[in-house]
Design a protein around this ligand. Structure first.
Ligand code: AGP
Length: 613
């Protein structure tokens, strides 16, 4: 996710753009920049680092200018550097563009622009092709040039541009990334979301996919690709500035839970080919023979990322036929693990890419000559820079300390690795792989179903009851046990209820002694292949008076009738069920923490990234 702000009007643009970007910093903060119209020139100032650093560097260095675009970046293609920061300029310097999203065919477009048309590229980003395309297509109307650009790019974009040829005019287009047009008196705005504009206006047009806008101080015109003008309804925002930053949600955690369908879709984008039924991880430069020679994989991580690794173990062992050992980074780094060059691969999983223990484990593996694949959410993070190869999750910035959308996209990344290895090592029949690829493609839609308003109320009611307890259990078998561990951590870390996760088959080996009248026991029972076993564990708990809340497949009413509460999941393969079953657990933890008046986004004693041992 990145943040875009634009302004055209009689006032000085610099402060409006800088303040607007600061309000969007939660959308990305690894670099920032401005493009300002200065007569028949465009002034671009941009740098890696925070918006505040950019402001400090530029304030007072530029004369008052009234039209401009601003951008704060969350890197997806190209490290956070000055050159990769937006805005990007065309060769002639007469076109500047900012963009949020992913241009999937940027590599082919760049080759064509460079080799056939002689354009010179300065950055590693996908976005820069847009600036050169505008220059290539400009024939006197900037909006027409933008339409032609939109016709040939593939992927997701909220893009905005200005040109030295057309003073005072901003143009923009939207596909799969949000963009709004703020409406003022004798001035108008563009922004990724209303948060950036609340101190200036609460009135806006919401651009829909496939819509374009031409914005001047006096006029806003919305149109479709074919040029037909649209009469849009003005949207008036009721939120306050703080709520707006959270997209209208009360906490970043809930906002990020709700972003999971998009985060999963973005992480899958370009990496699955549903028609061919295959995974495409060409961004990884492992030689096929290197991956085929592997005899074991280690997945090393901390906290929630470790729980994602437990799911990754099942996926890689099942789909690629490779033994996988999952370990906590803080244990792995001190236990002198057996690491064999060429025979072993280490996969580190880390949202922040800065977790000290995970980074230390990565360095240990590399010292032993073992190759490292990093699964991380932050481009240019320490883990990303030091690993041999990186598979980025594309969850966007995760602000809440409790990891949710990053966890789900880590699962997706590990499923992709498992399918990729299975294909390379011929361990997986192609028709089974094809079915799984299509099932992955359906996950964003299934997540949207689970996150529907009426489903949330069921979970909130249960969480309000759970909130009155100081102890709880999470049970599951197989993949359900891995997710039970994640659910237990979520509840512990934000509601401060002491929760323990156990393999359901372990209950009778001791923990059953703790099952007393009414104690909350959340049971994951999604694995059809062993459902009857988990059902017997539910009966063990019931027999001791425990109060079971079960996460179960749709249609298993007979289980629902035996428990205090149940949450039904839409049909999904056992292997992919964790992507869905984790969500009710995230929401139960969230609502329980709210009911207990906890600091949901910033729980006591915790930090978002544990960069110390
Ligand atoms: C997750 O809810 C926790 N905040 C924490 O366990 C986190 O997953 C862990 O610290 C690892 O962080 P990383 O993914 O950035 O390495």
């Amino acid at each position: 996710m990145c943040g875009i702000v634009g302004y055209t009007g009689p006032r000085e643009a610099f402060d409006i753009l800088i303040e607007g970007l600061k309000k969007l910093e939660y959308r990305g903060y690894d670099s920032a920049g401005l493009a300002l119209q200065d007569g028949d020139r465009i002034r671009v100032v941009k740098a890696a680092g925070s918006i505040a650093a950019l402001e400090k560097r530029v304030r007072g260095q530029i004369k008052p200018l009234q039209v401009g675009l601003g951008h704060t970046r969350w890197a997806t293609h190209g490290r956070p550097t000055d050159e990769n920061a937006h805005p990007h300029l065309s060769c002639c310097g007469n076109f500047a563009v900012v963009h949020n999203g992913i241009i999937e065919n940027y590599s082919a477009l760049r080759d064509w622009l460079r080799d056939e048309k002689g354009h010179v590229f300065r950055s590693e980003t996908d976005t820069e092709v847009l600036a050169h395309l505008l220059e290539e297509f400009y024939a006197g109307d900037l909006l027409e040039a933008l339409r032609r650009t939109a016709e040939i790019v593939e992927g997701s974009y909220a893009m905005a541009a200005l040109s030295a040829h057309e003073p005072g005019r901003l143009v923009c287009a939207r596909k799969d990334s949000p963009l709004i047009i703020g409406l003022g008196e004798g001035e108008n705005y563009i922004a990724s979301d209303i948060t950036a504009l609340l101190s200036h206006t609460r009135r806006a047009y919401i651009l829909e996919d496939g819509e374009f806008a031409s914005v001047t101080a006096e006029e806003v015109k919305i149109s479709r690709a074919g040029g037909e003008i649209l009469q849009k309804e003005v949207f008036t925002v009721k939120w306050d500035a703080v709520a707006a930053e959270k997209g209208g949600y009360n906490h970043f955690m809930l906002k990020e839970i709700m972003e999971q369908p998009t985060a999963v879709r973005e992480t899958l984008r370009q990496r699955i080919d549903t028609a061919a039924g295959r995974v495409n991880l060409n961004e990884l430069n492992f030689a096929p023979e290197e991956l085929c020679a592997l005899e074991k994989i280690y997945i090393i991580a901390c906290g929630t990322a470790y729980h994602a690794g437990l799911v990754g173990k099942y996926a890689i062992e099942k789909l690629a036929g490779l033994p996988v050992e999952v370990d906590l980074a803080s244990e792995f780094r001190y236990r002198e693990p057996i690491l064999l060059k060429q025979k072993h691969l280490v996969i580190t999983v880390s949202q922040s890419g800065e977790t000290a223990d995970t980074l230390a484990a990565l360095r240990l593996a590399r010292r032993k000559g073992v190759r490292v694949l990093a699964v991380t959410n932050v481009v240019g993070s320490s883990v990303a820079r030091e690993a041999d190869e990186v598979l980025y999750t594309r969850a966007g910035p995760e602000i809440a300390v409790a990891s949710t959308k990053a966890y789900l996209t880590q699962l997706i990344a590990l499923y992709l690795v498992a399918l990729y290895l299975g294909d390379l090592r011929k361990a997986l029949p192609s028709e089974e792989a094809a079915r799984l690829v299509r099932d992955l493609d359906r996950l964003p839609g299934l997540l949207k179903q689970i996150l529907a308003e009426e489903r949330l109320s069921e979970l909130r009611a249960y969480a309000d009851r759970l909130a009155r307890w100081e102890n709880a259990f999470f049970l599951g078998r197989n993949l359900d046990y891995a997710v039970a561990m994640e659910g237990s951590l979520k509840l512990k870390e934000i509601s401060y209820i002491h929760a323990e996760a156990y393999a359901a088959g372990e209950l009778k080996h001791g923990p059953l002694a703790l099952i007393t009248e009414g104690i909350p026991v959340i049971v994951l029972a999604t694995q059809e292949s062993i459902l009857d076993k988990t059902l017997s564990n539910i009966q063990e708990v019931n027999a001791r008076g425990g109060a079971v809340f079960a996460v179960i497949p749709e249609g298993r009413g007979e289980i629902a009738r035996q428990v205090e509460g149940a949450f039904y999941l839409p049909p999904v393969k056992d292997l992919l069920a964790p992507v869905l079953s984790a969500v009710p657990l995230q929401l139960i933890a969230y609502y329980a923490a709210v009911a207990r008046g906890c600091s949901v986004d910033k729980p006591r004693n915790l930090a978002k990234s544990v960069t110390v041992e």
